[in-house]
Write a new protein. Structure first.
Length: 111
């Protein structure tokens, strides 16, 4: 998929469904990407997406699995700072799926 339609305009994606330009992300784009993933977004999903976007904006690098767990633990509580909780929210390859919806680039080595 090379693009998705969001509010009447085409939003460019790479060949694997990742947003081509991190800075062009907006919540409506996240919703459209979640729809492609067949995922109904809740407040908990958005909290994770916001944490990922904040990390990427601040560090200009992709978060590792450990970074994501730490971010979730700090922001959402220790009971939610783990891969099990992330998998409950994003059941299809949790790190990749949450990253796609957040508009992050594909992690190197992920297929």
């Amino acid at each position: 998929m090379d693009s998705i339609k969001v509010n009447g305009r085409d939003v460019k994606l790479d060949g694997e469904g990742y947003l081509s330009d991190f800075k062009s992300w907006e919540k409506d784009i996240g919703l459209a990407l979640a729809e492609v993933e067949k995922l109904e977004m809740t407040d908990d999903h958005w909290k994770v997406v916001d944490l990922l976007r904040e990390f990427y904006s601040k560090h200009e690098s992709l978060p590792t699995a450990r970074d994501i767990s730490n971010l979730m633990s700090d922001a959402l509580g220790q009971d939610k700072g783990n891969s099990k909780y992330l998998t409950e929210l994003f059941p299809n390859e949790p790190i990749m799926q949450s990253g796609r919806i957040a508009g992050l680039p594909r992690m190197p080595g992920c297929t």
